[in-house]
Design a protein around this ligand. Structure first.
Ligand code: DHB
Length: 422
């Protein structure tokens, strides 16, 4: 089997890459371990930067997002018993859209299948080979299932091989792509945080129009939404804790203790339909490429969830990779592909720094003393009272600017031949 680009992983990064390549007439095959249903129901973050929204619209996959996504022009920071708003629109002229990641995934799967694209679900990539040659290969097996962290195969599943021009490693932190780069040729940077997020999905009316990020002596809490009928709430927890230790009443009591304010505002309770705990880490691997393998999204970097940058960063990688691959296929020019990692890492590090900063400002650390807590309150007071500081938060939150060279046709009314070289 041959394709121009093999894409390992069918999350937002892999699917969007496949779609953008298709728009440039480049063929790809996406190999994804999970089933379509699993992909389409996995609850993840739901905040899209303006640039992500613009790209999805220009790429023709924004119809449902425009109808069902909620545009937010600001967020609230709550600390020391009061709530302050950061007005994105006033500070940056831009906004964010709340629309679940799995909804983006649904839209992309539909677009690929409508266009006759190849997505092999329940297929495990087992090995990446010949990365330094012009014809790298992905070995894979169909009929795969992930059960408790282990991949199991149907008994009759044989190993097959996909030969291609390039491989995109979009298979997340635990995928096989990053380890396919020899250890001696990569450097990994990692920081783990001494807490996790307990996330719940709640049927019931939202407690707030715009998100609330809350620092409290008992720990961080976040109020978000998904739709007029669904709330998404998170609170800082012990990463070793278990969902089973948290019956609904205990969750609501903790949420009220952290969030309710003296003026009578209270978090709306509702029917909890999903509970999960995520661990938090910052991780970056350098470089993000090796021979004809290019890593994108969580395969190359992880941010803690505060600020919801994970998917947006993956989308920013894919913009660059799609353009680099298009240059190669249209004119044989390899300049952008050669600089892929260098171009992406500038944004990756800045965004990792922002996610770390938001996390540090808003969570109680194990060894925190009151001195540290007063500093956090002073910082929040500064960020919400200085226009310069508020702008720093706002411009990162709505998304750092995209180099115009990586906007796609239609995103800015520019014709493709007018696009400059970065
Ligand atoms: C959501 C997740 C985040 O990590 C965040 O910072 C804001 C919102 C969400 O899932 O809605």
């Amino acid at each position: 089997m041959y394709t121009q680009v093999s894409i390992v992983g069918g999350g937002p990064a892999g699917l969007l890459l496949s779609h953008l390549l298709h728009l440039r007439g480049i063929e790809s095959v996406v190999l994804e371990l999970r089933s379509r249903e699993e992909l389409e129901t996995e609850i993840r973050a739901g905040v899209l930067e303006q640039g992500t929204v613009d790209l999805l619209n220009a790429a023709g996959v924004g119809d449902r997002m425009r109808k069902q996504g909620a545009v937010h022009h600001g967020v609230n920071l709550q600390f020391d018993g009061h709530r302050e708003r950061i007005d994105f629109h006033d500070l940056t002229g831009r906004a964010i859209t709340v629309y679940g990641q799995h909804e983006v995934v649904k839209d992309l799967i539909q677009a690929r299948l409508d266009a006759g694209g190849h997505i092999l679900f329940e297929t495990a990539a087992t090995e990446l080979r010949d990365l330094d040659s012009d014809e790298p290969k992905v070995r894979f097996r169909r009929g795969a299932k992930l059960e408790g962290g282990t991949i199991r195969f149907d008994d009759d599943a044989e190993e097959e091989e996909l030969v291609c021009g390039h491989i995109a490693g979009c298979d997340g932190f635990f995928g096989i792509s990053r380890p396919a780069i020899p250890e001696a040729d990569r450097t990994e940077y990692m920081r783990t945080y001494p807490f996790g997020w307990f996330g719940i999905l709640v049927e019931g009316p939202p407690s707030t129009e715009e998100l609330i990020y809350n620092l409290h002596e008992r720990g961080f809490a976040l109020v978000s939404t998904r739709s007029p009928e669904i709330q998404r709430l998170y609170f800082q927890c012990d990463p070793e804790d278990e969902v089973g230790h948290w019956p609904d009443e205990r969750i609501w009591s903790e949420m009220h203790a952290r969030l309710d304010t003296d003026d009578g505002w209270t978090v709306n309770e509702g029917n909890i339909v999903q509970k999960s705990i995520v661990r938090m880490r910052s991780f970056v691997t350098e470089p993000m490429q090796h021979g004809r393998l290019f890593l994108a999204g969580d395969a190359a970097h992880i941010v803690p969830p505060t600020g919801a940058k994970g998917m947006n960063l993956a989308v920013a990688d894919v913009r660059v990779l799609a353009r680099g691959l298009a240059d190669f296929h249209e004119s044989g020019d390899t300049d952008l592909l050669e600089r892929y990692s260098e171009i992406c890492l500038r944004r990756v590090w800045k965004t990792s720094r922002f996610s770390w900063w938001m996390t540090s400002m808003l969570h109680r650390f194990e060894k925190d003393n009151d001195f540290q807590h007063r500093f956090q309150i002073a910082e929040l007071d500064y960020v919400t009272s200085s226009r310069a500081a508020a702008t720093t938060l706002a411009e990162n939150y709505v998304g750092l600017p995209i180099d115009p060279a990586f906007l796609i046709p239609g995103e800015d009314g520019m014709k493709d031949q007018d696009r400059r070289k970065p």
